[in-house]
Design a binder for this molecule. Structure first.
Ligand SMILES: Cc1cc2nc3c(=O)[nH]c(=O)nc-3n(C[C@H](O)[C@H](O)[C@H](O)COP(=O)(O)O)c2cc1C
Length: 212
């Protein structure tokens, strides 16, 4: 009898054992969420644009005084030089201001626009444009008006400079503003024939512009 009770008990336990074992072989329940994908490494921010920018030094010069200052400015600012050349070059007779010379006649005519040979290539790449000229009767030569009216200077910074025997800058710089109204104009600067590079460097530094 005792034997039968033990056998019966064992037989009844078998389904639970089988059930428990089969449960262990089931796929485990997925309760945890998958780990989030790692954040992509952010691209490094590009360097901010310097306040300054690429420099063009455009100048008109008949006897090379302005040219020398322009070359110094280009050297100091790592700028590109551009000589503004009239289609008809000025002869010594044209510049003889004690006579009724071509230069005098042009300066006496506000509408005079002597033709120039060309304009700088790729003007869009320049943010800062120095414009140099000799003082002619207190003003910039009319060829500078031709230059300004032939280009698009909107959004650029223009910095005038000039050379003279003895006259100051006067209004020769501000007189030019209406010819390129959309530019940001800086006050001009006058230099004499014997101007040294350190003087020009001091002026450039005083502009407070970062040159590339
Ligand atoms: C037609 C003419 C007018 C001039 N007018 C003046 C003037 O008003 N004041 C002055 O100081 N120099 C005057 N000058 C001298 C020039 O400004 C000076 O020699 C200048 O530095 C020449 O520059 P460049 O060598 O780049 O041509 C005049 C020269 C010319 C040819």
């Amino acid at each position: 009898m005792k034997y039968w009770i033990i056998t019966l008990t064992l037989l009844m336990a078998i389904p639970f054992t089988v059930c428990a074992c089969s449960h262990e072989t089931d796929e485990p329940e997925i309760t945890a969420k998958p780990a989030p994908a790692p954040e992509p490494t952010p691209e490094p921010e590009p360097d901010p644009e310097p306040e300054g920018g690429k420099v063009l030094v455009a100048y008109f010069s008949c006897t090379n005084t302005t040219k020398s200052v322009a070359e110094n400015i280009a050297g100091i600012t790592d700028g590109n030089l551009f000589r503004i050349e009239p289609q008809q070059p000025y002869t010594s007779a044209d510049l003889n201001y004690n006579t009724d010379c071509r230069a005098n006649r042009e300066q006496n005519d506000p509408s005079a626009r002597p033709a120039i040979k060309g304009m700088p290539e790729n003007p869009d790449e320049y943010q800062i444009v120095f414009i140099g000229y000799p003082i002619w009767w207190g003003k910039a030569p009319r060829v500078i008006s031709t230059f300004l009216e032939s280009g698009d200077f909107s959004g650029k910074t223009i910095i005038p400079f000039c050379t003279s025997h003895s006259s100051g800058l006067g209004s020769s710089d501000t007189d030019l503003h209406p010819l390129a109204n959309d530019a940001a104009w800086k006050p001009g600067k006058r230099f004499g024939a014997g101007t040294t590079k350190p003087e020009i460097e001091r002026w450039i530094k005083s502009l407070g512009i970062d040159f590339e």
